[in-house]
Design a protein around this ligand. Structure first.
Ligand SMILES: [Ca+2]
Ligand SMILES: [Ca+2]
Length: 95
């Protein structure tokens, strides 16, 4: 099984999956992209992205389940380790 470094995870999240190609955009556009991505991820609109929501979004986009990857991505995203990803955490990864 392929292992993922923090850099490749960041690339996957920001460039390939949720924030398509927004890395070089002006800050306002990036903020908009983060908000849009967050709304898409937060299915039940409780203001946080759960591991299940992350997995659902990722498998929809890529057509695969990425079971091992979800945990790693979530660890990378969930900076304060409260078990959920907030908008600020998603933003801090993208910016
Ligand atoms: Ca949610
Ligand atoms: Ca968190």
């Amino acid at each position: 099984m392929r292992s993922y470094s923090a850099t490749s995870l960041r690339h996957l999240i920001t460039n390939n999956t949720f924030l398509r190609g927004c890395a070089n955009n002006p800050k306002e556009e990036l903020e908009q992209a983060v908000k849009q991505a967050f709304v898409e991820l937060d299915r039940n609109q409780d203001g946080h992205v759960s591991p299940a929501e992350l997995q659902a979004a990722l498998s929809e986009r890529t057509g695969r389940s990425h079971k091992g990857l979800i945990g790693l991505m979530f660890e990378t995203l969930d900076a304060d380790k409260d078990g959920m990803v907030s908008m600020a955490e998603l933003a801090s990864l993208a910016m």
